[in-house]
Design a protein around this ligand. Structure first.
Ligand code: F6P
Length: 548
């Protein structure tokens, strides 16, 4: 069954929210705290090892109840059922959206075209497990009978960002294998990786759902050529494996049928790290940790499916985001993890969030006249504090931010951990409260400044505050808690897409550039005169040809 197609701006809840916005847009967070006793308590969700505080948001009880009304009015509950039960909610590509099936227990049943797909999923999981164990233990050896030392994941987009982010985030849990990622078609990327490798002890995992992606196939071909300069032809079957839905194309590339890890069309690329696309994760941190990641995601799925909306983490984080995006006209959102391990987290989320919800046509096929997809960006704290926080604190833009922190450090340096977390707490406090004129004045006075100097400096030192943040405090960074966190964002994306009445699971917007690049490539590599572009593109290509 298709998703409902409710234009959110025509709902009763939206009109009420619009009117309500006028009453609250200028209210300071400090006033919201003053008028709502136990606000932090009421606006905190404790779930498993997560403690999520959304009290520092520019919302009242009424705002939340209206946002929940909106969720109900656009049919969120019904959409969730269709999502989990495998309806074709990726309507424009005619596909189910079933990454959640990859993490259910073996006893579950999920049907695609009348067939339970769980046995197939577990067959592939078993293959991932056996293969990972054999590589890690050294039972599977290189062509020259040596244990493998390095793994190279060759893929791009969803076939790179998810595994790369998880491998980096879980590097504390890694084994002796060194895992590298080649994604960009920029030859300097692949060459920089190759130069660190010994072909005799390196395993290559080519990941491409379609096995037609230019970047991935170019890199795979370059690597195979480089490999064959040292190794005999029959070594390819020991060193190259592939993850794909396109078995024929993989075989044509020369990969042994036994070395193919299948995936399915009902798993979108940017949600695929839970499938065999996560093979490099399993190789790097071991299958048991990979399985814990999946378990964490499954727990978040269950929370999302069963929890009341007002205590449902993906639901209220999505609703808050809609509130800022569509009522405050906020242009972007920041995600600031206070853990260096999550260095790649925002980059990973950019594909999930912006490829999914960067749409301007609704589910009726009509052009949209309201804002959809949020711009997402971020870097780990405390580094980001010394880079772009100035703009969040005192700039002209409203940037809601999600702060993610872990109570326990992995290496156990308590002094560093307390310093890190003091910044984590201090920043959300500062963003909310700001610094008033009186406080600035008192501070300057205590420094013995003249009245004149003081008056000159005061305007620059005032912080308005009233900057909204969510705090997600998690006990410890583990494969399981990371799985929960990633799944939380996957569902947040889904909820936003439902509210905005868009199809979140296609990505036609990335096609045009690819097509034009193919045309230009043919032109660059032929001797023909090129004159069918606009003047600017024409000049640029010509200049490139002159100087390359
Ligand atoms: O960027 C577009 C895209 O289609 C992504 O959605 C996908 O993750 C990526 O390209 C890679 O595709 P493939 O896994 O088929 O190589």
């Amino acid at each position: 069954m298709a998703l409902q197609t409710v234009n959110p701006t025509t709902t009763v809840a939206w009109s009420k929210l619009r009117a309500h916005f006028k009453t609250i847009e200028n209210t300071h967070l400090k006033a919201l705290f003053a008028e709502h006793q136990n606000r932090a308590h009421d606006m905190t969700v404790r779930w498993e090892d997560f403690f999520v505080d959304y009290s520092k948001h520019r919302v009242s009880k009424e705002t939340i109840s209206l946002l929940l009304e909106l969720a109900n009015e656009v049919g969120l509950k019904d959409a969730m059922q269709k999502y989990f039960e495998g309806d074709v909610i990726n309507q424009t590509e005619g596909r189910e959206v079933l990454h959640t099936a990859l993490r259910v227990p073996e006893s579950a049943q999920v049907f695609v075209n009348g067939e339970n797909v769980i046995p197939e999923i577990f067959e592939v999981k078993q293959k991932i497990k056996t293969f990972s164990n054999q590589i890690i233990n050294g039972d599977l050896k290189s062509y020259s009978n040596k244990p493998f030392t390095d793994v190279v994941n060759i893929g791009i987009g969803g076939s790179d960002l998810g595994p790369a982010m998880v491998v980096d985030s879980l590097s504390y849990y890694k084994n002796h294998l060194n895992t590298h990622f080649v994604s960009n078609v920029d030859g300097d990327h692949v060459n920089e990786i190759i130069k660190k490798l010994n072909p005799e002890t390196t395993l290559f995992v080519i990941v491409s759902k379609t096995f037609t992606t230019q970047e991935t196939l170019s890199n795979a071909n370059t690597i195979r050529e480089w490999f064959l300069k040292e190794a005999p032809q029959d070594a390819v079957s020991k060193h190259f494996v592939a993850v794909s839905t396109n078995i024929e194309k993989v075989k044509a590339f020369g990969i042994d049928e036994n070395n193919i890890f299948p995936m399915w069309n009902w798993v979108g690329g940017r949600f695929s790290l839970w499938s065999a696309v996560g093979l490099s994760i399993s190789l790097t941190v071991g299958y048991d940790n990979f399985d814990q990641l999946l378990l964490g995601a499954h727990k978040m799925d269950t929370h999302f499916k069963t929890e009341a909306f007002d205590k449902n983490i993906p639901v209220f984080t999505a609703l808050l985001s809609v509130w800022y995006n569509n009522f405050f006209n906020a242009e972007s959102e920041a995600v600031i993890p206070y853990s260096q391990y999550l260095n790649q987290f925002a980059t990973y989320l950019q594909q999930g969030i912006m490829e999914s919800n960067g749409k301007s046509v609704d589910r009726n096929g009509d052009t949209i006249d309201y804002q959809t997809g949020t711009i997402i960006w971020g870097e780990p704290g405390t580094n980001s504090q010394h880079a772009f926080f100035q703009l969040i604190h005192q700039g002209t833009k409203l940037i809601p931010a999600e702060f993610i922190g872990f109570a326990k450090s992995l290496h156990g340096n308590q002094d560093h951990q307390d310093k890190l977390m003091s910044n984590f707490f201090a920043q959300t406090e500062a963003l909310m409260n700001g610094k008033s004129k009186d406080v600035v004045e008192a501070e300057l006075r205590s420094q013995g400044l003249s009245e004149e100097k003081m008056n000159e400096l005061i305007p620059f030192k005032i912080f308005e505050g009233n900057k909204p943040t969510t705090t997600i405090l998690i006990e410890k960074l583990t494969p399981q808690s990371l799985g929960k966190l990633i799944a939380m964002y996957e569902h947040k994306i889904f909820v936003q897409g439902i509210i905005w009445n868009i199809f979140s699971y296609d990505q036609f917007g990335v096609e045009l550039g690819k097509q034009l690049a193919n045309t230009i490539l043919t032109e660059l590599q032929s001797a023909n005169v090129i004159n069918n572009h606009d003047e600017s593109t024409q000049n640029l290509i010509k200049h490139y040809q002159d100087i390359r």
